[in-house]
Design a protein around this ligand. Structure first.
Ligand SMILES: Cc1cc2nc3c(=O)[nH]c(=O)nc-3n(C[C@H](O)[C@H](O)[C@H](O)COP(=O)(O)OP(=O)(O)OC[C@H]3O[C@@H](n4cnc5c(N)ncnc54)[C@H](O)[C@@H]3O)c2cc1C
Ligand SMILES: NC(=O)c1ccc[n+]([C@@H]2O[C@H](COP(=O)([O-])OP(=O)(O)OC[C@H]3O[C@@H](n4cnc5c(N)ncnc54)[C@H](O)[C@@H]3O)[C@@H](O)[C@H]2O)c1
Length: 451
């Protein structure tokens, strides 16, 4: 171990400067606490640097292409193509300033921050390894662990030839043939992007369906649309080996066939970064699903909290919930202790089309006696105007007629699900939603007719 050059004492130390770490840092600092944030890689974390934001920039071009295709023969002639290197340059122009800008905003806010990898050496102290050059220790009364997750590795021969989500989002060229391993969020979003950009895409899915936590009818419809876009799906199948060939790569599938590819993406889930923290030294318990937390987001050490992707809390691992949990942990440290209650939260798969859900799922609704309204909206005015071929909305109402859940499949699902989530969290009924005024015609003005 390098000699310790400096030791600093804080009220609160936060490990990880993603959405989870940063929300608490600002809140605690504003409340007068001496705060330090420690980050080992890019300031801002996964979402803005190599997750949500760059992904949706790529999707912007996909949406533009898709919109013109929907109206082909209805006023649009000719074909639109995606120029991958130009699109990547457009994305890089945005992402290149994120980490520096985020660090500058910490400096401007007068929040102490240290670049390096934190590892606990006791219950209140971590050592920060700064590329082996210099090492400082940070000591704090309270800690927030917000270290996120990383892509899971696969362990068959040749798996080291795969790329992960971060590498896909920075590809200088898109090969003609792309194989994606997985059937979750990343696999569907990347398959949609790569197919629209002209690649022949194969999805190798271990299970028997895609996106297991979403409405089955809507997933089937999404699959049909991916199929129409030429995405080949292999269910109940694993990649057992990848080999380099003269032309690129070759993946062997569990039933013996092979797929040639210029690129093989692994999108087989994510694992927590807690295993890098030496948590035993801080008496913090964890499982393979993340750091164990109670209803206050406290770990087994009462002065250490875990939030965001790395916390084994019972919610989807997405950015809005990372910030929500972070603010809750900050409140706990500030003395406002109460169990966390999660509102309805919109979860969106940014595919072609987008699939979104919020609140009570349609599956739970069918078991628990709620009312489900199932509407095929592909012939409605909004779909006609935009030429979208298949769109569907399901709403779930409780016995008092309040909206408690919704699923949406549509190119507008990311916007519609926000309105529906807002209605759920305000306990609105059909009558109260009908009293709101919406610009007409707009995506929101359809809302009144959904339940
Ligand atoms: C490809 C992709 C697309 C996504 N798209 C969406 C989307 O559209 N919408 C959405 O809501 N969510 C999306 N997500 C999920 C979203 O990115 C995460 O939920 C969110 O970033 C979680 O925030 P976090 O702060 O918990 O973790 P992170 O953002 O991962 O931040 C954790 C930080 O901790 C740092 N760190 C780790 N270990 C240490 C250590 N020992 N010392 C110091 N620092 C450390 C890491 O470098 C990282 O910067 C996507 C994820 C991926 C991978
Ligand atoms: N739009 C969004 O909000 C968004 C987008 C991307 C990622 N994310 C977050 O990132 C997480 C990770 O995304 P993801 O798609 O990697 O994970 P995921 O959990 O959504 O899906 C993982 C998929 O990989 C499959 N799988 C697991 N092990 C496998 C193996 N050995 N071989 C083949 N297949 C295997 C699973 O069956 C599943 O289909 C998401 O759960 C979500 O929390 C969110």
């Amino acid at each position: 171990m390098k000699p310790v050059s400096e030791t600093k004492q804080y009220d609160v130390a936060i490990i990880g400067a993603g959405p989870a770490g940063l929300a608490a840092a600002h809140q605690l600092h504003d409340a007068g606490k001496q705060v330090v944030v420690i980050e080992k890689y890019l300031w801002g974390g996964t979402c803005p640097n190599y997750g949500c934001d760059p992904k949706k920039i790529l999707l912007g071009a996909v949406e533009a292409k898709e919109s013109t295709e929907f109206l082909s023969g209805s006023g649009i002639d000719g074909q639109v193509n995606i120029n991958w290197p130009d699109l990547m340059a457009h994305k890089n122009q945005y992402t290149k300033g994120i980490s520096t800008g985020t660090e500058q905003s910490l400096t401007a806010s007068d929040i102490d921050h240290v670049a390096g990898e934190a590892t606990f050496i006791d219950e209140q102290t971590a050592i920060i390894n700064q590329g082996g050059k210099e090492t400082v220790t940070v000591s704090a009364t309270d800690w927030i662990i917000a270290v996120g997750q990383r892509p899971a590795n696969l362990s068959f021969p040749g798996s080291e030839l795969t790329v992960d989500s971060e590498e896909f989002l920075s590809l200088p060229e898109l090969p003609d043939e792309v194989v994606i391993i997985g059937g979750g969020f990343v696999a569907i979003e990347f398959a949609s992007i790569a197919a629209a950009a002209g690649a022949k895409v194969s999805l190798v899915v271990r299970g028997d369906r895609l996106l297991k936590s979403f409405d089955e009818t809507m997933v089937d419809s999404l699959m049909d649309q991916l199929d129409d876009r030429g995405v080949q799906m292999y269910f109940g199948t694993e990649v057992t080996e990848i080999a380099s060939t003269d032309n690129g790569l070759e993946a062997t599938l569990s039933f013996g066939n092979t797929l040639s590819a210029g690129l093989i993406v692994r999108a087989a889930g994510r694992v927590g970064n807690h295993d890098t923290l030496d948590l035993d030294k801080a008496h913090v318990q964890f499982s393979e699903k993340g750091v164990l937390v109670d209803q206050h987001l406290r770990t087994s050490n009462a002065h250490i909290y875990a939030v965001g992707d790395v916390a084994n809390s019972p919610v989807p691992k997405i950015t809005p919930l990372a910030s929500f949990e972070s603010k809750h942990a900050a409140n706990e440290i500030l003395g406002q202790s109460q169990p966390i209650t999660y509102p309805a939260v919109p979860v969106v798969v940014y595919g072609t089309p987008k699939l979104a859900q919020t609140g009570v799922t349609t599956e739970t609704a069918s078991q628990d006696g709620y009312t489900v309204h199932d509407l095929d909206i592909s012939s409605w005015y909004t779909s006609y105007r935009t030429g979208e071929p298949a769109a569907r909305v399901k709403t779930v109402l409780n016995q008092d007629g309040q909206l408690v859940g919704a699923s949406v499949l549509s190119s507008h699902a990311d916007e519609l699900i926000n309105y529906l989530t807002s209605a759920i969290n305000q306990g609105l009924t059909k009558e109260t939603v009908s009293k709101q005024l919406y610009a007409y015609p707009s995506v929101a003005s359809d809302l009144t007719y959904f339940f």
